[in-house]
Write a protein that binds this ligand. Structure first.
Ligand code: SF4
Length: 342
């Protein structure tokens, strides 16, 4: 029988899981097998928070080269609060989702105003760029607050452990999992418990081919019992928005490239530099196509064609940037991909 949120809050056994055995097995395994990651060697809330912001929608391996470099450049919340925007974006360039960097700076300024890093869940949650997941992760890891953090890895583990038949994206399923996670979390070691759940999802309970033989909670896993691990989580099919075509122009004159900078209020990539698109410069003369690439944003795939072109006089919204200075400005990912076609 499916546990309803109401039934769970009445204290019934959550999905038939033995919470004590679950956390014991999980934490024992975590102690033996956790990866040595730089943000696990600190109790500094600033460093833990930065790691959580970087890890939002980004894999550990992609974050590692940026994390220490970023903290060397901005070693304190004050230095991040004071950073010039172009320097901040440059330090973040390559990690993507640049609104995270801007929100981190807004949050740093707020923390400086407060005079200290907030040490309660609500205070952390109120900072710009921090949602349910990140506030729970920072609160539990930095301050040992009992708050279950549900990221994609944790949701996958829970969906398999319970063999949840509902859509993982639905509000009902999320509500059930929140209640279940709140019951499972170890009140004595909430930070380790959250990290162990994420670690389990990232290294053992993999999206395809989960390593059930190595799993510390296999005795509690319903999907394994019924032999259907790979069927979970259940996801409702997304409608793809298809493919959209663009042409980017590489216009070079006297060793400088023609670029434009996104305005500060741009919805995406504000402040980043872009190559002109053909429809922005109707007066440009296209010489030859030098390559193409695809770039996906959310569920839309854009096909970009890259062409060398020339122009007599550039419009006022464009700037000539010397080739040797190109790496000093924050370039958008599409501009980088286009330049790589040369
Ligand atoms: S037993 Fe397998 S499917 Fe179940 S939680 Fe462990 S790794 Fe995931």
């Amino acid at each position: 029988m499916r546990n309803s949120p109401q039934a769970l809050t009445r204290g019934l056994s959550p999905f038939g899981i033995d919470a004590s055995a679950f956390r014991q097995g999980l934490l024992h395994w975590y102690g033996l097998h956790k990866r040595d990651l730089p943000w696990r060697r600190t109790t500094d809330p600033y460093r833990i928070w930065i790691s959580e912001i970087m890890l939002q929608q980004t894999r550990v391996a992609a974050v590692l080269p940026y994390y220490e470099r970023f903290l060397t450049r901005f070693p304190s919340v004050e230095s991040l609060a004071d950073a010039p925007e172009q320097e901040l974006l440059h330090a973040w360039a390559g990690l993507g989702y640049y609104s995270r960097a801007r929100n981190a700076q807004k949050a740093a300024r707020r923390i400086v105003e407060l005079g200290r890093f907030p040490s309660d869940r609500e205070g952390i949650r109120a900072l710009p760029g921090i949602g349910e997941y990140t506030s729970a992760a920072v609160a539990s890891i930095a301050f040992q607050i009992k708050a279950a953090a549900l990221d994609g890895n944790v949701l996958r583990v829970l969906s398999r452990v319970t063999a949840e038949p509902g859509d993982i994206g639905s509000t009902d399923v999320r509500a059930r999992f929140r209640i279940l996670a709140d019951k499972l979390i170890d009140p004595a070691r909430p930070g380790d418990f959250n990290q162990a759940m994420m670690e389990l999802g990232a290294t053992i309970c993999l999206p395809s081919q989960p390593q059930c033989l190595l799993c510390p909670v296999e005795a509690q896993c319903k999907a394994l019992r019924i032999g259907r691990q790979s069927e979970f989580p259940i996801k409702a099919k997304k409608v793809s928005n298809g493919q959209v075509e663009h042409r980017l122009l590489l216009i070079e004159k006297g060793g400088s490239l023609l670029l434009w900078q996104r305005p500060p209020d741009s919805r995406r990539m504000a402040g980043f530099w872009e190559l002109p698109q053909a429809d922005q410069l109707p007066g440009a003369c296209v010489c030859r196509v030098v390559g193409e690439f695809r770039h996906t944003i959310v569920n839309t795939t854009y096909r970009f064609e890259v062409a060398e072109a020339s122009i007599e006089i550039a419009d006022s919204g464009f700037s000539w940037v010397a080739r040797e200075k190109i790496n000093e400005v924050p370039l958008s990912t599409t501009a980088k991909k286009a330049l790589a076609c040369l």
